[in-house]
Design a protein around this ligand. Structure first.
Ligand code: KG4
Ligand code: ZN
Length: 337
């Protein structure tokens, strides 16, 4: 079969990234330009600043990518881009760039859903095995997804309110930790003890999650202790918070695997970098003989390599776009059956 080289673009939040992926699994080159240092000053991503930086970065990223890959645009088979969900102003820059490259070169354009990208980050480690369950945990999503085959997504459950990454970031903020707080809370969670009285978030029989209650519990606890003049033990609070979150994510995921009779689990999204979650799921999957896959650490958070991997399978299903493609702040993944 002819080799397929996909040039992928990702700009849904605060990373400007492009990648060339061969046949959905082999990374030729990837460039990620992160804006974290800029947004840190504001305690979170400022959408207007993010899109302005994407404009400044996007051609630099393209030039750097082609030079790193030692390839010309003529050697590329198709162009892929994250069209949504994400920050609309940020998405527009990537979509416009991809449409322009496709128009100038006459190459096919593949629209990729951001969450499909996170899932296919795992295909860069090893070929996905079906049927599988994907636990998607990021700054914007927390979902359990069933996949019977490539690029087919069925929702099992998901968050009723906040995404787990968003909850990590808010907890970090109230504890005075810098943005993005997830990695720091994770680090401190390994250095403290489980001493605080925090609720288990939505510990029920459903496959849904709810993280706003535990987030509010942490915020109230911090405010109350401050009012009483008591010091917060940040490390112990991080340990307690992470234990509650990881316990529920693991419990519901393992139950879904059992009830759906599936023995392949993949984890995806920014929070899949969480060491506590990795440890707990690895332990449980070993016990239950479940094959478990995580993306490599650098591809847990946003990058174009995962978009290039997903695009290969979207392309096989005939998912293509033309010059009318537009960015979408929200869009369902479950239309891809
Ligand atoms: O997937 P991602 O880059 O962006 C979205 O698509 O939302 O995920 C970013 C999120 C942030 O909320 C960040 O705090 C969280 O992933 N995150 C972590 C860790 N590393 C990143 N959360 C918990 N533990 C980590 N080690
Ligand atoms: Zn993401």
């Amino acid at each position: 079969m002819k080799e397929l080289y996909i040039l992928a673009v990702e700009s849904s939040c605060d990373e400007t990234s492009m990648s060339i992926i061969k046949n959905g699994c082999e990374e030729i080159a990837t460039v990620v330009l992160s804006q974290i240092d800029i947004h840190k000053n504001y305690g979170g991503v400022v959408p207007e600043i993010a899109s302005r930086n994407h404009i400044e970065n996007i051609t630099i990223v393209l030039e750097e990518l082609l030079s790193e890959a030692n390839m010309t645009i003529d050697e590329i088979t198709a162009i892929a881009v994250t069209y949504g969900p994400g920050l609309i102003g940020s998405l527009l820059i990537g979509v416009q760039a991809a449409k322009t490259i496709a128009l100038v070169t006459g190459k096919p354009l593949i629209p990729v859903h951001h969450i499909a990208g996170h899932i296919y980050a795992n295909n860069l480690e090893e070929r996905l095995k079906f049927p599988l369950i994907a636990l998607v945990v990021s700054g914007g999503h927390s979902e359990l997804i069933y996949m019977k085959e490539d690029y087919s997504f069925e929702r099992i459950g998901g968050t009723l309110d906040d995404a787990v990454g968003e909850c990590y970031d808010k907890v970090a903020k109230v504890l005075g930790l810098s943005y993005p707080g997830g990695p720091l809370v994770d680090k401190f969670a390994h250095e403290g003890k489980d001493t605080y009285d925090l609720p288990y978030p939505l510990d029920d029989k459903s496959y849904n999650f709810s993280f706003s209650g535990i987030k509010s519990a942490v915020i109230n606890l911090v405010h109350n202790e401050k009012q009483r003049g008591n010091e917060i033990n940040v490390k112990n609070l991080c340990t307690t918070f992470q234990n509650r979150v990881v316990t529920i994510l693991t419990k519901k995921t393992m139950r879904a695997l059992k009830e759906y009779n599936i023995n392949n689990l993949i984890v995806a999204g920014g929070v899949s970098a969480n060491k506590g979650l990795r440890e707990k799921l690895t332990e449980e999957c070993q016990k239950e003989n479940v094959h478990l896959s995580f993306p490599r650490m650098s591809y847990c958070t946003d990058n174009a390599a995962m978009i290039g991997a997903a695009a290969y399978f979207a392309y096989q299903k005939g998912i293509l776009a033309d010059q009318t493609l537009t960015a979408m702040a929200t869009d369902t993944l479950y239309k891809y059956k």
